[in-house]
Design a protein around this ligand. Structure first.
Ligand code: NAG
Ligand code: NAG
Ligand code: NAG
Ligand code: NAG
Length: 418
């Protein structure tokens, strides 16, 4: 273990310290949520971070069948008043917020990509690729995907076809779907009936399997029973010139998403779907059964907003270059202070150590170590010394970062003396 260059002392006995998750609870009340009981755009604020995040409605969730990837990535785009926008990351195991970045309100496609052997968070904002210039992702945004050989898969949503283009000659090698379809559909039309599709991808190294988000229509609705949007997985046989449907994944509510959306196959074989024009993401086991169905806003198919360009579930680790945050709010009648700590984007914090001291420069006495709880941890404490700061620890007790020092004063105000 490593500690910075000053001593920690456990000094105080007989002090009660309570810790709680400050985040709002997940909502499990679909009727109330969709009737506006939690507001027209359900959201929550935090004490220690100047961000806002959607209040999530969980319609279904079976963690025992979920893929073990650790984070869920959204990029919300909401021109509606009070709507929430920007890249957002949730922990997959408890759906608590990890990252929200309202500065990039017109962003899309936030996800993890590899560059030069390392993982990066990549997103497109204001027509620029942020964090890292990675050309494949840029190409990706216009519906193109390069194969490892450098050929291009073009999803031409307006012609309801997917086209494979030779890298060297620029020649169309084949087309699937649409007027120039080159494959006999041996699934009675079900492999080639896609329309207005998004995010077509090869799904295997042999380039014989394709996945896509089949929007199927341009006007969004909820409660459809036929012609709904779906995730679609098909297999091509280049010799026989046939295509067959492997599987389809439908939203339990019956959704048509008129635009955007995506299909991600995970390591377990589970499928993760972003529903574009409809404010939801789902996870499915290979049989099609939906095991996670979460909404981040009310159904509003006529408006089509807020939208989420794509949703992903991926492993991710982030050590932010900024410091963790602390704020102190008020005093309870018994003289306890409520201290809030959080660290936007940090993924590795498991515990918070609280230090107190007699002055701004001597905040070195350790009074408690509490587990991280949600995005923002609330700690109720009654220290004998008036200056406090929090230290973020990883699972081995290593220090990842420290907040500024705040002074506890007996009024409902925050004094940041650093
Ligand atoms: C890729 O990684 C290697 C080894 O870490 C480094 O030397 C090189 O500068 C990196 N290249 C780019 C373009 O970042
Ligand atoms: C095609 O889809 C229809 C409607 O979902 C279904 O009834 C039919 O069995 C499917 N046929 C094949 C060959 O997959
Ligand atoms: C698309 O949606 C509209 C409006 O709901 C409907 O009238 C039309 O039949 C749909 N088209 C297809 C191909 O399903
Ligand atoms: C996650 O699941 C994959 C298979 O889907 C497995 O190979 C991997 O070891 C698992 N990782 C952890 C951390 O359990």
């Amino acid at each position: 273990m490593w500690y910075p260059n000053f001593a920690f002392t456990i000094i105080i006995t007989g002090i009660t310290i309570q810790q709680a998750r400050a985040d709002a609870d997940l909502v499990f009340d679909p009727e109330g949520y969709n009737r506006g009981r939690y507001g027209p755009h359900p959201h929550q604020y935090y004490h220690s971070a100047d961000i806002v995040s959607p209040l999530l409605l969980v319609n279904r969730w079976d963690p025992t069948k979920a893929d073990n990837a650790s984070y869920i990535f959204l990029t919300l785009n909401s021109p509606v008043d009070d709507g929430i926008a920007g890249p957002i990351i949730y922990r997959a195991d408890d759906l608590s917020l990890v990252y929200s970045e309202p500065r990039w309100s017109v962003a899309h496609n936030a996800h993890v990509d590899q560059f030069n052997g390392s993982d990066y968070l990549v997103l497109i904002a204001q027509s620029r690729l942020r964090i890292l210039a990675y050309s494949e992702s840029l190409v990706d945004s216009s519906g193109l995907k390069k194969t490892s050989e450098g050929d291009f898969l073009v999803s031409a949503r307006h012609t309801h076809s997917i086209i494979f283009v030779d890298r060297q000659s620029g020649r169309v090698r084949w087309a699937l779907g649409g007027k120039n379809n080159d494959f006999v559909d041996i699934s009675a039309g079900n492999a080639t009936d896609f329309a207005w599709q998004h995010a077509a991808r090869f799904n295997n190294a042999a380039l014989t399997q394709l996945t896509m988000f089949d929007n199927h229509n341009v006007s969004s609705t909820i409660g459809c029973t036929t012609s709904c949007s779906r995730g679609k997985h098909v297999e091509l046989d280049y010799r026989a010139h046939t295509v067959r449907l492997i599987s389809e994944f439908y939203h339990p509510e019956g959704l048509v998403s008129g635009f955007e959306g995506n299909y991600q196959t995970m390591q377990s074989g589970n499928v993760f779907l972003g529903w574009g024009a409809n404010p939801t993401f789902t996870e499915h086991i290979p049989s099609g059964e939906c095991i996670l169905d979460v909404q981040f806003d009310l159904w509003r198919p006529d408006e089509g907003y807020p939208i989420n360009y794509r949703a992903f579930k991926m492993n991710w680790k982030a050590y932010p270059t900024w410091d963790p945050s602390i704020s102190v709010h008020g005093v309870s009648p018994l003289g306890y202070y409520k201290v809030y700590v959080s660290w936007n984007e940090a993924t590795e914090v498991t515990k918070w150590r609280l230090l107190v001291g007699t002055s701004h420069d001597s905040v070195t006495n350790s009074i408690a170590v509490v587990p991280r709880a949600g995005f923002e941890t609330e700690i109720l404490l009654k220290p004998s010394l008036p200056f406090v700061r929090a230290v973020a620890l990883d699972r081995d007790g290593m220090i990842l970062g420290m907040t500024t020092v705040v002074q506890l004063v007996a009024y409902d105000v925050i004094v940041d003396v650093s």
